[in-house]
Structure formats: structure tokens, C-alpha cells
Design a protein around this ligand. Structure first.
Ligand SMILES: Cc1cc2nc3c(=O)[nH]c(=O)nc-3n(C[C@H](O)[C@H](O)[C@H](O)COP(=O)(O)OP(=O)(O)OC[C@H]3O[C@@H](n4cnc5c(N)ncnc54)[C@H](O)[C@@H]3O)c2cc1C
Ligand code: SF4
Length: 315
């Protein structure tokens, strides 16, 4: 159906992102294709875990195996929006959630009064008027964590099924933010971790609930004693896609995990983040806070499995 109907149709899973956007006339469609038939199981393996796309965020956040072996993922799922929305919202929907912008996530009347923008109905970007592209912000909490955990999604389409690393699922574009075919359905997410893997997700938002991230850090560490043998850092809500921090990862690898190293890693990780003035609170402050969330996630990752390697005194 999706392939036949093209842009006039959209998939709907929990509807927690899509329905408010339809009310605000951010999409013009005439057909919704329900994904209620998608399986809703969490399949635990010894070194991996496959989460069906129809699993709700609440179920993922409370699953004992995910909490034990993929703690950062369970944390990220448990920090999305609010409890009622997590009961309806799915992990597939969270991977595909639309990018956000203060000038776009508004009522039709507000957007009309502002003259619309590139992402919908207009021809300039109101945040960066000289830019030819849209800078709407990737706002999924679980996508950065799935990338950090080497996640792989299964996509089902007219050509059959294929597997794609979550890292390859996104584009650096606020409008065409997904690299999959529009008619492909995400049917599952496979996460991988060794027994020594520790992970954590730290999210920055105005309130303790409901709000989308305005910055966030997904961290995966493998420690041998107190030496880091592997590290992944992926940032949320500071670009149009989940932003990886390869320079920080390379710096931390092989180093002893101590406060100075943690601080320097966090500074390196924050460098590629260039938030614009299109999300909540000041973008200058959000930029400064990226270092802080990375630092907190690095420390939290070491404690998520009952091991406390370092304490950042006075922070
Ligand atoms: C007040 C409020 C606060 C929110 N806060 C957050 C937040 O803090 N963090 C956050 O990450 N999200 C937040 N959200 C957005 C949303 O609730 C979540 O992202 C949720 O996980 C979306 O899942 P869903 O199943 O409801 O997706 P839907 O709303 O059904 O769909 C979302 C998008 O994904 C597509 N889609 C859904 N499932 C699939 C699939 N399996 N394959 C292909 N395409 C698919 C749909 O076509 C649509 O484009 C918030 C929403 C609201 C209303
Ligand atoms: S970044 Fe620019 S084009 Fe994109 S939604 Fe915001 S104002 Fe519109």
C-alpha cells in the first residue's frame, strides 16, 4: 500500500508523534497505514537482543534483560516524553520520529503568520535564512543509543527484507532525515553488546518529563580494569541526525578512566555539536551543556553495572 500510494500515505504505530502533527497540518495525507500487526516481543540472546518494532517504549524501559545488558537503551526509552505516551509510543516510531524545530512544530495558523518555511509550505529557512537546507533537529532519544550499541534495524519493503546499521538510517537533512525508502517499514532492532559492555544515556530538557531532548549523550564503554578498550559516544538533539563523536572516542580508547581523561573526552565530544536557535532554551547554553551531558553519561556508564570507576569531585 505504501509503495502504491506514495507521499499521500504514512505509517502509524503509536501515533504519539504523528497525530499531533496531523492536527497541526504538518503532513498532508489521505491514508494512514496502521502498523498494529507488527510483533511486540523482546528476544533475548546471550550477546544480543532483538526488539520488535511494535514494542512500546514502556515495555523496553522495564524489560529486565535490557536493563541489565543494555542499560543505556532502557534508560533512553524510559526518558522519552511521559508515561502515557511511552505506553503507546513504539521503538520503531521512535527511530523514525520527525525532526523538530521551533518554527515548524507550531499550528498551521502560526506558521502561516510567520510565512512558513522550507520544511513545509515555504521557501526559506527561518532559522538560517541564507541556508539552502533545513536544520530541524533529530529528537529521538533511543536512536543515538541504538547507534552507540551497534544497533541494526530490519527493514521490510516491496523488495523483501534487508538489514541496515542504525547509523546508516539517517541523513544530515532536516527534511529528508531518513535514508530508508519511504515505503519501508522498520520491523525490528538488534542491539549487540559483550558481557563487559556498559552503557548510559543522559538527556537534557527543561522539565523532568514530557519535553523532547535539547541535548543528550549516549555512551557505550568496554573497560578492562580501569582502561577503556572500546568507546562510542553519540549525541542527541544537536544536529539533524544523531551525531557521532569519533575524535572523542579515539582519544578515550586505551586510556585509564580518570577525571581528567573524562573531562577531556567530553570536551572533544562537544566540539562537533553546533546547536542552532530552533529548540528550547538558548542554543549557546545548549552547546555548553553538551560537554556536561557527555561527562555525566561517561560516569553513569561505569556505574550502570554496579561498578564505580571514577567520581568527578565537585561536579
Ligand atoms: C508531548 C510529546 C512529547 C514527546 N517527547 C519525546 C521525547 O522526549 N523523546 C522522543 O524521542 N520522542 C518524543 N515524542 C515523540 C513520540 O512520542 C515518540 O518519538 C514515540 O516513540 C513515537 O512512536 P510512535 O509509535 O507513537 O510513532 P508514530 O507517531 O506512530 O510515528 C512516528 C513516525 O514514524 C513513522 N513510523 C512509525 N513506526 C514506523 C515503522 N515501524 N516503520 C517505519 N516508519 C514508522 C510514522 O510514519 C511517523 O512518520 C513526544 C511526543 C509528544 C506528543
Ligand atoms: S530549520 Fe529552518 S527550514 Fe527547517 S523547520 Fe526550522 S525554520 Fe523550517
Amino acid at each position: 500500500m505504501a509503495a502504491d500510494l506514495g507521499p499521500r500515505a504514512m505509517f502509524v504505530a503509536g501515533g504519539t508523534d504523528l497525530f499531533p502533527k496531523l492536527k497541526r497540518r504538518q503532513f498532508e495525507i489521505d491514508t494512514l497505514i496502521g502498523l498494529d500487526f507488527l510483533p511486540r516481543q523482546i528476544h533475548n540472546g546471550s550477546a544480543d537482543c532483538t526488539v520488535d518494532a511494535g514494542v512500546t517504549l514502556s515495555a523496553a524501559a522495564h524489560d529486565a534483560h535490557l536493563k541489565q545488558s543494555f542499560a543505556g537503551y532502557a534508560e533512553a526509552a524510559g526518558l522519552v516524553s511521559s508515561p502515557p505516551l511511552r505506553n503507546a509510543g513504539t521503538i520503531g516510531g521512535n527511530l523514525c520520529v520527525d525532526t523538530r524545530c521551533n518554527y515548524y512544530d507550531m499550528t498551521y495558523e502560526w506558521r502561516k503568520a510567520a510565512g512558513f518555511c522550507l520544511k513545509k509550505d515555504g521557501d526559506i529557512c527561518l532559522v538560517a535564512p541564507s541556508s539552502p537546507r533545513c536544520w530541524a533537529v533529530s529528537s529521538s532519544d533511543t536512536a543515538p543509543m541504538a547507534i552507540a550499541l551497534d544497533g541494526v534495524v530490519t527493514l521490510a519493503g516491496t523488495e523483501g527484507e534487508r538489514e541496515v546499521p542504525v547509523a546508516a538510517l539517517y541523513r544530515d537533512d532536516g527534511i529528508e532525515y531518513m535514508a530508508k525508502q519511504p515505503s519501508e517499514v522498520v520491523t525490528g532492532l538488534r542491539l549487540q553488546a559483550s558481557p563487559d559492555t556498559r552503557s548510559a544515556y543522559v538527556k537534557l530538557r527543561r522539565r523532568g518529563s514530557i519535553d523532547f531532548p535539547i541535548a543528550g549523550a549516549a555512551v557505550v564503554l568496554v573497560l578492562v580494569g580501569d582502561v577503556v578498550s572500546r568507546c562510542r559516544i553519540v549525541l542527541s538533539a544537536v544536529a539533524s541526525y544523531p551525531l557521532q563523536a569519533p575524535a572523542a572516542e579515539a582519544f578515550l580508547k586505551g586510556k585509564r578512566f580518570d577525571p581528567d581523561v573524562v573531562r577531556e573526552t567530553a570536551e572533544l565530544a562537544a566540539k562537533p555539536a553546533k546547536p542552532l536557535d530552533n529548540a528550547d532554551l538558548s542554543h549557546f547554553w545548549r552547546k555548553r551543556m553538551v560537554r556536561v551531558v557527555v561527562e555525566q553519561a561517561l560516569v553513569q556508564a561505569t556505574t550502570n553495572r554496579g561498578v564505580s570507576v571514577v567520581k568527578l569531585a565537585g561536579r
